[in-house]
Design a protein around this ligand. Sequence first.
Ligand code: GDP
Ligand code: MG
Ligand code: K
Length: 293
Amino acid sequence: MSHKAGFVNIIGNPNVGKSTLMNAFIGERLSIITSKAQTTRHRILGIVNGDDFQVVLSDTPGIIKPAYELQNSMMDFVKSAFEDADVLLYMVEIGEKELKDEAFFNKIINAKIPVLLLLNKIDKSNQEQLEEQVALWQEKVPNAEIFPISALQNFNVQEVFDRILTLLPDSPPYYPKDALTDKPERFFVNEIIREKILLNYDKEIPYAVEVETEEFKEEENIIRIKALIMVERETQKGIIIGHKGAALKKVGVMAREDMEKFFGKQVYLEIFVKINKDWRSNAFQLRRFGYNQ
Ligand code: GDP
Ligand code: MG
Ligand code: K
């Protein structure tokens, strides 16, 4: 049986209905996790799994950043949103004008990947308005396939999803399907720590380590997390920990801050470093996502 997998980027102004669309995608299937993980490249909104597909949906925080943050690193980020995705969903709502950010808008109309323009909230319009809007957007974004939808009323949502699937390449899943449905919180804890490792150490280190969440205890006002960073050699352990523990402490503080945002709760995070020569054989393969290659 062939398997399809890929990355779908959702772009659009705030409040156009991106989260509602995610919920609509999720409502139709059981084996789905929705979450917001801040990764190096994208925020994961949700991963939709089926027997023969895995769709990773994410959005691009860059689009809503104010102008003063529009520096090189952000523009790189924005660029990667176009280069790394397999399909781009550009969501607008009835009556909306195009994006204020002209550079970004130009990226959409010049995208090399398929663009689906989702004209959302059509439940608020009549037939005449709708036809007018479709014509308008087709002119503005000639490279897009336009889907009038109502994410809220689940109109045309399945059609969009089916179209995404036809556009995705044959590929094994990027994320372990079982682990996702099994212990999703731990998965995102691992991803957040991995991201901080990526940001704080030289290139070879992230490839030499594996992160595992040993304990995840949610209490009323706090989540207690114990995570393990597994390395293969003593020297790597030393690098991870750093002089007087400073490097690991930094990773811990950054990761905890993200986790608190992610889970919306105070987090008590302990990270241990352990040498485990065999982790590679146990680790999940295929980790394209989140790595700066
Ligand atoms: P996001 O900021 O792009 O994620 O937008 P949300 O999904 O949070 O939606 C913003 C608001 O638009 C919410 O009040 C939604 O209920 C509403 N909304 C989303 N989709 C639709 C739709 O298809 N029709 C209508 N009438 N409202 C919608
Ligand atoms: Mg939202
Ligand atoms: K989001």
